[in-house]
Design a binder for this molecule. Structure first.
Ligand SMILES: C[S@@+](CC[C@H](N)C(=O)[O-])C[C@H]1O[C@@H](n2cnc3c(N)ncnc32)[C@H](O)[C@@H]1O
Length: 751
């Protein structure tokens, strides 16, 4: 997770201060009636002017959202709520145990929230702001639409006015037109909707479906089902509605519609119902059941070619799920072209399971012994928000999305607000998936009783609970490990300390969320599109706790970030050693590292010119002396505590010699082996001219540049015609590649 402290970014601090001032002002008016009432006509006019001018988004590329103070969603059934009117509302108050019935009177506008002016039955108007609504081509708030707001919350807005704010999607009930909760005076659309036939509503549903207005179609089909359809009509309407549900990602609801049809023996044909059932199961990643349904369908309707194709897909997914065998080149090709790169592949869980760890809550453990490079799991993201990087996105609104936590003085960047909305909607639309996510909640936030329960047919969703779950469990990710370091459009590498460069893609992988952190982790994660691949980076026995690095261990401030973001302090060997290392030693290592780097720059330059062999020898001597001095600053053996500064020195030294014309293979081999040993690798043999072979007995720390080191080693062996050694080095390079990039099918493409 990318959480940053606001004090480092003056432009954010200014927003936070302004927001705090507004909150104080709002609090001082809590419980009061809104001071100034603006005429209905003027309220609508002003809203429409702002909506049509579209000025807001042009001012900057920044889209800022604030995490508001949490409040609970309504968890009471409608029958227990008391009706109130707009005039009853007071500021900064949650009107618990009540509901407002309103009708939309303007077209919608959208910034972070979807907004429109609504009126109550007395014609009193108010601004309504709905949060966590996905952006689709279909408007949510259209004039004439009637809705119920449970436990309405009247809030002062940024410009000192007021409006209804709804953060929980389950606090809103959109009423289908036939509903008898819609007052007679608002039933103007059709003369008397309650007297209309099922066929009438079905036709309206079909019209909307034809125009890709699937949400509207669902409401009309719902009205049709409530208008006493014949059994045959009921089947057709459910079939149609199930397709609209599939189009809008309501897979649970689609399944319920077709299941109720399939359980009715009077249905004439169940070909379409079976197919839609299979589609819903596929989307819920229930591939085994999906295959069973499609096999039944194929038996009964052998000419159905769509079923044949879908069965092929489902069989492939089931094979991935059970065997963990993927065609990784195909995955890369899909990730390169699909936008967003959400791949249609299954999750495979390998030899790992979730158990209680000693002092870290739950953790992931091996269920059998594994080798370095073995696949532990390959998981498809539960939710995934893609951000292509600065200057590359066609959607500028996503370019600088900030989510500010005013209370914590911190902010998160990138696709975070979008990801929260995705999570909220996915669970609201598919309550069968709630338990997976609910299980990931930790920390002090206590949700209200009844969260995720089904009330009045829909689950109660607490968006603040889901935000907290997301803050702890989301991972930033690259499009692919092979993409190398993140680059800006101009080709410059991205500077993570630069405000403009902090916007990665984000996702939640629910199984991966159980992995605890260690800077000296024994597993490594990589990504291809929205698939996370986890491989062991060393040989592990059965029942070993699997760990990953939440942050780069080269980050000197990581310990503070662990405490702030995840409420733990890392006690790995490297962090313990850091604590015991004096500032003077840290400064000495830094100084030696800088001197070495300037020496290596000279070496690379001299090496590429034909003259200066003498000075090359002296540069090599001086560089070796600097590294030897660095080695002297460590007390513990490298096998116990990886020596990251020394490692970087050896590796860069070996690479400088490989790049320069004065390359000395003997020296490169020596430096590369030392580099690996400084990371804790236990290596037998490998020296030139000894006939000892090259064997890695124990894998060490895995980090950036390790692959280069193996490749330098291999090149030096080839140069000295030590082909056996070169083959062994290439084998280890390939394992290393597999660990770092998730697969080794593309190893041969390395230049
Ligand atoms: C993504 S979750 C990992 C799974 C978690 N342990 C569980 O019980 O579900 C992150 C949380 O795990 C705990 N954690 C992770 N690594 C840890 C470590 N090295 N030491 C202590 N706690 C750790 C912290 O509570 C952290 O907020």
């Amino acid at each position: 997770m990318n959480t940053h402290q606001a004090q480092d970014f003056p432009q954010i601090l200014a927003h936070i201060e302004e927001q705090k001032r507004m909150l104080r002002n709002a609090q001082s008016q809590a419980g009061q009636r809104p001071a100034r009432k603006i005429e209905r006509i003027e309220t609508i006019r002003r809203f429409n002017v702002t909506r049509m001018s579209g000025q807001r988004n042009l001012q900057s590329d920044l889209s800022i959202s604030f995490i508001p103070s949490p409040y609970a969603p309504c968890a009471q059934p409608f029958c227990d709520l008391k009706k109130i009117m707009v005039d009853d509302l007071v500021l900064e108050t949650h009107h618990r145990g009540t509901f407002l019935l309103v009708r939309v009177v303007t077209p919608q506008d959208r910034i972070t929230a979807v907004m429109a002016i609504v009126e109550d039955e007395r014609g009193e108007v108010l601004l309504l702001q709905l949060y966590h609504q996905v952006e689709t081509t279909e408007d949510i708030l259209v004039p004439g639409r009637v809705l119920i707001i449970r436990d309405p919350y009247l809030k002062l807005t940024a410009d000192g006015k007021h409006g209804l704010r709804v953060d929980h999607v389950s606090d809103i009930v959109f009423l289908p037109v036939h509903e008898d909760r819609i007052p007679a005076c608002w039933r103007s659309e059709v003369t008397n909707p309650q007297n209309q036939s099922a066929g009438f509503w079905k036709a309206k549903g079909n019209d909307c479906f034809g125009q890709s207005r699937y949400h509207a179609a669902i409401e009309y089909y719902t009205s049709a089902l409530a208008s006493s359809p014949t059994t045959e009509e009921c089947h057709t309407i459910k079939l149609n509605r199930s397709l609209a549900f599939l189009k809008t990602n309501h897979f649970d609801a689609a399944l319920a519609d077709v299941d109720s049809m399939l359980s009715d023996s009077s249905a004439k044909s169940n070909e379409k119902a079976l197919f839609r059932k299979a589609q819903a199961l596929y989307s819920l990643q229930r591939y085994r059941e999906c295959c069973e349904v499609l096999k039944t369908l194929r038996l009964k309707y052998p000419d159905n070619t769509a079923a044949k194709d879908k069965l092929n897909e489902a069989v492939n997914r089931l094979a991935e799920q059970t065997t963990g065998k993927y065609r990784f080149k195909k995955l890369h090709a899909e990730a390169a072209h699909l936008r967003p790169p959400q791949l249609d592949h299954a999750t495979h869980i390998g030899p790992v399971g979730v158990r209680q760890s000693e002092s870290r809550g739950r953790g992931l453990f091996t269920t059998k012994a594994v080798k370095a490079g073995d696949l532990l799991f390959c998981e498809k993201a539960f939710v995934y928000a893609f951000h292509e990087g600065e200057g590359m996105s066609s959607n500028s609104r996503l370019m600088m999305n900030l989510l500010i936590d005013v209370n914590a003085n911190s902010f998160t960047t990138g696709a975070q607000p979008e990801l929260i909305t995705m999570l909220v909607q996915k669970l609201y639309q598919n309550p069968s998936l709630a338990s997976i996510v609910k299980d990931l909640h930790r920390g002090s936030y206590s949700p209200v009783q009844g969260v995720f329960d089904i009330i009045d047919g829909k689950p109660v969703i607490d968006s603040f609970l889901l935000t907290r779950i997301l803050l702890i469990n989301s991972f930033g990710c690259r499009l692919s490990g092979k993409a190398g370091p993140l680059k800006q459009a101009n080709g410059q590498p991205i500077n993570v300390n630069n405000f403009n460069d902090l916007f990665p893609s984000l996702g939640i992988w629910t199984f991966a969320s159980h992995i605890n952190h260690s800077c000296t982790s024994n597993a490594f994660r990589s990504f291809i599109g929205d698939m996370m691949i986890l491989r062991a980076n060393q040989d592990l026995p059965a029942n070993a706790e699997v760990t990953i690095q939440y942050l780069n261990p080269f980050n000197p401030e990581r310990q503070q970030v662990f405490v702030k973001n995840w409420a733990f302090a890392c006690d790995c060997v490297m962090c313990q050693d850091n604590e015991q290392t004096s500032d003077a030693v840290v400064a000495k290592r830094k100084r030696l590292g800088e001197s070495l780097q300037s020496m290596l720059r000279l070496l690379t330059r001299r090496g590429s010119s034909s003259s200066g062999a003498g000075s090359i020898a002296s540069l090599v001597r001086k560089s070796s002396a600097l590294i030897a001095e660095m080695e002297g600053t460590y007390n513990k053996p490298a096998k116990e505590v990886p020596r990251l500064v020394v490692w970087k020195g050896y590796r860069d030294f070996a690479c400088a010699l490989t790049l320069g014309a004065g390359a000395n293979p003997q020296k490169i081999v020596e430096l590369s082996l030392r580099a690996l040993r400084s990371l804790g690798f236990v290596i037998e043999g490998g020296s030139l001219g000894t006939n000892q072979g090259l064997v890695v007995r124990e894998w060490g720390f895995i980090g950036d540049g390790l692959l280069d080191c193996w490749m330098c080693l291999k090149a030096a062996y080839v140069e000295t015609r030590s082909y056996e050694l070169a083959l062994a080095a290439e084998g280890y390079a390939k394992v290393c590649y597999k660990i770092l990039f998730g697969e080794d099918e593309t190893f041969g493409e390395l230049d």
